[in-house]
Design a protein around this ligand. Structure first.
Ligand SMILES: C[S@@+](CC[C@H](N)C(=O)[O-])C[C@H]1O[C@@H](n2cnc3c(N)ncnc32)[C@H](O)[C@@H]1O
Length: 300
């Protein structure tokens, strides 16, 4: 069990402070205040300092916390900033365009950085030992940071998400990273994985970061606790039996790292060169660790 956090050398992201159910973060030049239900402790900096540093604050809307509108609200400007801007992830070598969305997100989950590093290293290792580029499937791929890490490592990447706008966003991130050749799929993750299993297609890498609830483009219902094992079963059928890796990331339902590990062991067996599981955290300037997701990774 490991606890991982983004490297302190990543200059374009910083969790400045956390507390009172909020977090104060810097994404490149801009500082945001966003709700954070897990920040149960008091802030280390004063409220005045938060407001002095922040460019914008996300205020939850009336439906905040209700099913389907969990993260909805509006941004209040505190200091001048651009609506869209770009940050870099030099450890792997890609760029991400960020923007203020109506759902409190800005287009990146920075705690995922250790997963990007793992994906990049794993693809490079696989690519070094074989003539053909490894094939990597990224499910629930959002704005594509993990896809870019795999592509940068030399993989043929299939990037899948159910929402057209985020696929377009991810394609833009590929372009501003100077990369090309990612295959874009707008489909329900489970439906696609089932079809790939039926067709006998194989991938050397699979990445999945499923939400608690979601919908495929044709209204297919995704419910994490009901659908996850089925999806992992399909993934076990399409992951190459050797020289392959998997990253499962879970950020909702309060799932623990041990649960992620047990799921992966059950679906993939224990015939792996390495199985690792743990928590991804962000640490603020005062040293307070904010746990944001759990992961299980296998390599075989
Ligand atoms: C929060 S994101 C995952 C974060 C992403 N892995 C990252 O680190 O950038 C969850 C994504 O799942 C997508 N999604 C939800 N339901 C889906 C489904 N049934 N099939 C495919 N994608 C789905 C959403 O559109 C969203 O982009």
């Amino acid at each position: 069990m490991t606890i991982e956090q983004p490297s302190a050398l990543w200059r374009d992201y910083e969790l400045i402070d956390s507390g009172d159910f909020s977090k104060l973060e810097r994404f490149g030049p801009y500082v945001t205040i966003r709700p954070e239900p897990k920040a149960l402790w008091p802030r280390s900096l004063s409220d005045a300092e938060w407001r002095r540093l922040a460019h914008t604050e996300f205020k939850p809307g009336a439906g905040f916390g209700k099913a389907g509108k969990e993260d909805s609200g509006t941004w209040t400007m505190l200091h001048k900033m651009q609506e869209q801007w770009t940050i870099a992830y030099p450890a792997v070598g890609f760029n991400l365009r960020l923007g203020l969305t109506a759902f409190k997100h800005v287009g990146v989950f920075p705690e995922q950085a250790p997963n990007w590093d793992f994906i990049y290293r794993s693809v490079k290792d696989l690519a070094a030992g074989q003539a053909e580029a490894p094939k990597v499937l990224n499910l629930f791929a959002y704005t594509g940071a993990a896809s870019l890490a795999a592509r940068k490592g030399g993989a043929h990447v299939t990037h899948l998400d159910a929402v057209r706008q985020v696929v377009t966003w991810a394609r833009g991130n590929m372009e501003i990273s100077g990369l090309d050749g990612i295959r874009w799929i707008l489909e329900d993750a489970l439906k696609f994985a089932r079809r790939e299993a039926r067709r006998g297609n194989r991938y050397q890498g699979i990445i999945l970061d499923p939400p608690a609830y979601g919908h495929g483009p044709d209204g297919e219902r995704w419910k994490l606790d009901e659908c996850l094992y089925d999806l992992l079963d399909q993934c076990a059928a399409i992951l190459a039996p050797e020289k392959s890796f998997l990253v499962l990331n879970l950020y909702s339902n309060g799932y623990s790292a041990v649960l992620a590990d047990t799921l992966v062991r059950s679906a993939f067996g224990t015939n792996c060169a390495s199985l690792d599981y743990g928590e991804l955290v962000l640490r603020d300037r005062a040293g307070k660790a904010l746990p944001l997701s759990v992961f299980s990774r296998l390599k075989r």
